[in-house]
Ligand binder design. Sequence first.
Ligand code: APR
Length: 342
Amino acid sequence: MPFEIVNGDITKLNVDAIVNAANNTLLGGGGVDGAIHRAAGPELLKECMTLGGCETGQAKITKGYNLPAKYVIHTVGPIWQGGKANEPELLASCYTNSLKLATQYECETVAFPLISSGAYGYPKMDAMEIAGETIKEYIREHDMHVFLVIFGHESFFRNKPLYQTVQEYIEKHYNEFAAEAICEGNSRYYAETRRRREWDFENHPPLESKKLSIEDVDWEEVINQTDKGFSQTLQDMIAARGIKDSKCYNDAQIDKRLFSKIKSDPQYRPSKPTVFAFAIALHLNLKETEALLETAGYSISNSSKFDLILRCCIGNRIYNVGQINEVLYEYDLPQMGSVANE
Ligand code: APR
């Protein structure tokens, strides 16, 4: 199921539940705790006062009151003490216990801040690693769309090898491809306008198109000629790979409902990031990826950073949507599996 790292203010998100990085008293504080209480209004504190506090690593739930979110799940992260006081385990349990509560309250969308990474001093990279791994592990078995909300655009993944590889590839090809695409596009454009200027369509209808009357068209043949659409091609590729549907859409980090929609509608046209997500999940090579893209009416564009990043990853046989999404996050590009894409 989809896991997305987004930038923004968690108090603004219209999701079923937002998670609060609270303290043991649950009586409010600074940081995201303060922001959530301010946005929710005084009723939130009133309900929190009835909860009797919260142990570190545990989670408790209240209503959302004036927030767009229906619920607030309050969890208390560990204060960083150098990493030898069970901090990683306690931090992971914040995410797991919050997600279990969200499941219990039938939440389909949940948003987390980066717990303990502010006043509690947890090193941000480590906090991000634990958050990502714990959330992704949980949503493999649970239908839930989870957002990790970063307040302000902070970098987390630029020192990872994959980001370095992609960065070199982009620097080399994006400029080269972009320049090529621009001049190629221009030359193609000028050639076309020159042709149109020279050829007066009014008095000389294009020779190649003899006027077909509607009766002449053998629609049966036309429809049969059309290639299999995306939906059928995807299902054939899944079958050919010998994997289950659920493994495919989970590896693609695609929502189960979106997958069902694609499967049930032979004409369904997914977004380009969604097609790429399935290509990664199916471990397609570049040629197979282009064929799958074509069934949805797309091609790999040499002047799109998104496409170049995917081309680089597929070329380097990086078949991990989560890792590639981290790179897309650093380039401020839509991530695969994002609801915003469809
Ligand atoms: N939306 C999303 N994230 C936010 C927001 C917001 N509106 N405001 C802050 N953050 C981020 C911070 O940038 C940080 O990355 O939340 C993360 C957690 O930082 P803190 O709020 O300081 O929480 P934490 O480090 O867990 O410390 C908890 O701080 O506010 C007090 O009462 C709280 O005592 C508790 C302690």
